[in-house]
Ligand binder design. Sequence first.
Ligand SMILES: *Cc1c(COP(=O)(O)O)cnc(C)c1O
Length: 387
Amino acid sequence: MRRIVYLDNAATTKLSKHAKNAMLPYLEDSYGNPSSVYSFAGDAKNAVEDSRKKIANAVGARPEEIFFTSGGTESDNWAIVSAAELKKEKGKHIITSAIEHPAVMSTLEHLEKKGYEVTYLNVDGYGRISLDGLRKAIRDDTILITIMTANNEIGTIMPVPEIGTVAKENNILFHTDAVQAVGHVRVDVNEMNADMVSFSGHKFGAAKGVGALYVKRGLRLPPLIYGGGQERGRRSGTENVAGIVSMGAALEDITARLPLTNVMRLRDRLIDGVLKNIPRTRLTGDPVNRLPGIASFVFEAVEGESMLLMLDQYGICASSGSACSSGSLDPSHVLLAIGLAHEEAHGSLRFSLSEDNTDGDIDLVIEKLPGIIEKLRRMSPLWNEGK
Ligand SMILES: *Cc1c(COP(=O)(O)O)cnc(C)c1O
């Protein structure tokens, strides 16, 4: 098989060996329904509860505060829609940032159509909201603040504990989409001062299609999904037992190895190598407070999609926030929000690393990318050599 250099771990990760081994029995012999009463099903039920404990442990929560879902998207939808429903008597104003994931953005657009009002806080050039701006946006009818822990395109880590403190002082619910942070940096729900925190297994080595929502004890968040009453009536549907087991195993395993110093070292090698070898290139996102695995750039006068196709010829998998990748012609809302012009935003490229990457992977990108950019620039009408 052709060598694949996988640098798109913010899109999804490989199932870790640890997670795979843990989940296999639940794909084979232990297939009982956790809700059944006979002892054969007890094994599945215990496995689900064991995973809940591991996840709670990893993020400083109590097991009864962890609810399993089908992934980050469902967790975001549930937190936002149900918090809006719960607090609608108090008001219909929600505050978020301009750089949230579509799972949050589209949910808020849905609520806007139902009469809720949303304030989208601007971010600075690094993708950070200002706490002052947040305080000023708060109104008497503000019921929810939803701001991500770390951005998936540019890797910026938000000042979440401080945001949570502002929310608490003003008696406003605080949800954070921590999908890119959990399993990558240390996450503690108490330090975050959060009422709800979204997770997704496949972003840290677990199976796809499983996630969780932390719901702080005492918050009676209504369900989004109704049915047989699983997850103590809050999220019905027969549990994805194998997926849930993989998530507990993956998170326990990786949490023990945080901080991911080798991933950070490789990321910094990649950033240095790209900036040093390719002129008229910028790093996007916060240079200091950034996710350990994300190296994101914009290259003048090149188009993201073309870079991806040329990298693909060397087996290098990366991602671009530019046109087409999402089937739309608009550049990423994140890149526009950090102040890039449309043309600049089209030249974006994101590499996202995992513990599986090696120095050899980084060497290959640093070796091949300058030539790719040079070739594309020579063909570009936007490229002005002498500038
Ligand atoms: C991937 C991602 C999601 C969606 O998670 P899924 O499990 O794929 O539904 C939400 N938010 C962020 C920041 C993400 O990176």
